[in-house]
Design a protein around this ligand. Structure first.
Ligand SMILES: [Zn+2]
Length: 69
């Protein structure tokens, strides 16, 4: 499996970070940013994005996020 890393800082990415990137930027994306750099780009805080990830998991509205059982 290919290891996905932030294209800015090289940080290892979680599946949540990749799912969020696809959701917010492009579903067809093949390179990604880590949560910190997504936040920086969007001018929001990392906490905002963590809440968003939690929201998608909880509601299951986005198929990119696996639902937490
Ligand atoms: Zn980064």
């Amino acid at each position: 499996m290919i290891e996905n890393r932030c294209r800015k800082c090289g940080a290892k990415l979680s599946s949540d970070e990749i799912a969020l990137y696809r959701k917010l930027f492009s579903r067809a994306a093949v390179t990604y940013f880590c949560l910190d750099h997504q936040a920086e780009y969007l001018r929001v805080t990392r906490e905002d994005l963590e809440k968003l990830i939690e929201y998608y998991h909880r509601t299951g509205v986005c198929s990119l996020f696996a639902k937490w059982e």
